[in-house]
Design a protein around this ligand. Structure first.
Ligand SMILES: Nc1nc2c([nH]c(=O)n2[C@H]2C[C@H](O)[C@@H](COP(=O)(O)OP(=O)(O)OP(=O)(O)O)O2)c(=O)[nH]1
Length: 130
């Protein structure tokens, strides 16, 4: 079976704030916090998938910037690719998540990140100006 690619957006706002989103499902992940995104459709460009997912999940337009790291392993057969992004228009709304939070440099770890996302947050922390 081919690998499933998940794309995720670290949306960065002034002051080094990043947007965290609380998963609603499946039960095993519900309540955990992640970076918005989702699976790439067959034949779909990865950055286009990221833009589409942020539109669907948050109701915003994003600008996609630099990639964060290489591939982040989720589970066997699943990898995640992550980009730093900024908001181009709109205000994020939790259309598919339980909640959204903007986390500033003092509270990056105030949420229960999903296992895969904690190391991403640590890498992002080192990329953002303090
Ligand atoms: N979007 C996203 N998914 C993550 C993160 N961390 C993590 O372990 N995952 C897992 C949860 C899911 O098993 C999978 C992504 O699936 P998804 O449910 O977001 O994808 P999707 O929007 O395309 O959903 P669907 O069509 O399957 O309903 O990756 C993350 O930071 N962002």
């Amino acid at each position: 079976m081919s690998t499933v690619v998940v794309v995720a957006a670290v949306i960065v706002a002034p002051g080094g704030r990043v947007l965290a989103a609380q998963r609603a499902e499946p039960a095993a992940l519900a309540g955990g916090w992640e970076f918005p995104g989702g699976k790439v459709d067959p034949g779909e460009d990865e950055r286009a998938a990221l833009v589409r997912e942020c539109r669907e999940e948050l109701g915003v337009e994003i600008a996609v910037g630099e990639r964060v790291g290489g591939e982040w392993t989720l589970s066997p057969g699943y990898v995640m690719r992550v980009w730093l992004c900024s908001l181009a228009s709109g205000v994020p709304e939790a259309k598919e998540h339980l909640a959204l939070r903007w986390l500033g440099p003092g509270d990056y770890y105030d949420v229960e990140w999903l296992d895969a996302d904690l190391p991403i947050m640590k890498t992002v922390e080192n990329l953002l100006p303090r």
